[in-house]
Design a protein. Structure first.
Length: 474
């Protein structure tokens, strides 16, 4: 069922269009009414899963929605999770993750009239089922952090009833709980390819300022460090070699964002961003993530209540003002498999709303399928078939082109001969075969046919470097 937004919310969402021309990248939005305190996950197919706590007096209902990963984004379903619990309860916090089959899993801190517990929910034969894992600390509760490993085993980091960091995982026969013995409130969890569990968080030692912390362990052996004094909780990612990286902000007279990496013995600063250089003096909400290429993405609401999208690459930072909003709560950021941002947050109108935004961009790849020479009517013709795929979330912009070159080698350079240019249009998630032929004046056997795709707006194509391909002419 497609959700029709209230007119006031629809007007609000309209403020968040990019100031650039309509053909450029844009953010698309959706919302779940009667909801707040939500959590977001993006699965391997690019579909977003959003779950939030009902804010309309229904304490035994969670609401969830999935958002289509292709084309216009918006809620495709709203599913009340009725019947999971009986009696009065309320959800203090939620985390969501997806497995290898793109099924959602939830970790909840649930309060009843008698206790506060950590619960885990998954789907069995189309129905949600719940398991209580442990009791949790009743003071200063942080959201449990959930991830699903390569074997579809859930792992949860949380603050146990004794106030210490704990790690719970399901081993097939039941839940196993490790007490890490440190006073750390978790803010993120990741698992490396070798099975090492990494947990980022904030120290919660009484009467001491919070520090950035990271704990790592495997097979029951844990170690970690705490350092620096952040003003926002750290996010966590793993580099291609498995090294943990964190992003957080500190107050050094101005808002400074730091990117740090653990090299095996110590944490070192990889990049910093002085937000005042972009006119961002303060913030009310902040969320960050690191993509698979090590690029940092940040969304924040600044002191003037504008939503800002900040991107870092090789310590070069850029900020885009997405427009003004009322004060927002629970800002979260997730990246899909090609690094595009998906974000959600809570706000209130006449009722609570959980808002969702995603950046739509094309992402093109190309590959020659074949090239052949033949003689027709006394002339030699060379014909090639080029397969172009758009693995992004938006169609190619009007004005995108593919150019063909004749080259003595497989590298495109200014000395190569331009043979022709054609318009190119490929829908989000689509592919097409493009044919090209030319008649050379002399033999070109042993030379190369090169195709180069040029997006209409280069900053609005996620991976322009991947759109040049060459093939040897027989």
């Amino acid at each position: 069922m497609v959700l029709r937004l209230r007119s006031s919310i629809a007007l609000l969402l309209g403020l968040l269009a990019f100031a650039a021309a309509p053909a450029r990248a844009e953010w698309k939005a959706g919302a779940i009414p009667f909801c707040g305190g939500g959590a977001l996950a993006v699965d391997s197919a690019g579909t977003s899963h959003l779950v939030c706590n009902d804010s309309h007096g229904n304490y035994d209902i969670l609401r969830s929605a999935t958002f289509n990963s292709l084309g216009a984004r918006g809620p495709s379903a709203i599913i009340p999770l009725q019947g999971v619990y009986s009696g009065y309860y309320y959800v203090r916090s939620i985390t969501i993750a997806t497995d290898s089959r793109n099924r959602p899993h939830l970790a909840l801190v649930v309060g009843t009239a008698y206790s506060i517990a950590l619960d885990y929910l998954d789907i069995e034969k189309g129905h949600w089922r719940s398991q209580t894992i442990d009791t949790v600390d009743t003071v200063g509760i942080g959201a449990p952090q959930l991830t699903i490993d390569a074997n579809d085993i859930p792992h949860i980091a949380y603050t146990a009833a004794n106030g210490l960091l704990a790690h719970a995982y399901f081993n097939g026969g039941g839940w196993q709980i490790e007490n890490l013995g440190v006073q750390v409130t978790p803010t993120a969890i990741e698992i490396a390819g070798d099975g090492t569990v990494h947990i980022a968080g904030l120290s919660n030692v009484a009467n001491q300022p919070s520090q950035v912390c990271e704990e790592r362990g495997a097979n029951g052996s844990w170690t970690g460090e705490c350092f620096d004094y952040p003003v926002v909780a750290p996010s966590l990612a793993l580099a291609q070699d498995g090294s943990p990286e964190m992003v957080y902000a500190v107050d050094s007279g101005a808002l400074t964002i730091k990117v740090v990496r653990f090299d095996g013995s110590e944490w070192t600063t990889q990049a910093t961003f002085d937000s005042s250089a972009s006119g961002i003096s303060d913030f009310t909400s902040f969320a960050s993530a690191i993509d698979s290429a090590g690029q940092v993405k940040i969304v924040l609401q600044d002191g003037s209540y504008h939503l800002q999208y900040v991107v870092e690459a090789s310590n070069t930072w850029s900020a885009t003002d997405l427009g003004p909003l009322p004060i927002i709560y629970g800002l979260s950021l997730q990246l899909d498999t090609i690094g595009l941002p998906h974000t959600s947050f809570s706000m209130t109108d006449y009722v609570g709303f959980q808002i969702y935004f995603a950046l739509l961009l094309p992402d093109l790849t190309d590959n020659w399928q074949s090239v052949a020479s033949r003689v027709m009517s006394g002339k030699t013709w060379v014909a090639g078939r080029l397969l172009v795929k758009n693995i992004g979330t938006a169609a190619t912009a009007k004005g995108s082109t593919v150019s063909y070159y004749l080259s003595s080698d497989a590298q495109l350079d200014p000395t190569d001969t331009l043979l022709g240019t054609a318009k190119l249009a490929v829908g989000a998630g689509k592919q097409k075969v493009v044919t090209f032929k030319f008649s050379p004046a002399t033999s070109v056997s042993g030379e190369y046919l090169i195709a180069s795709i040029s997006p209409a707006n280069p900053p609005d194509e996620t991976n322009a470097s991947s759109t040049i391909t060459a093939i040897l002419i027989p």
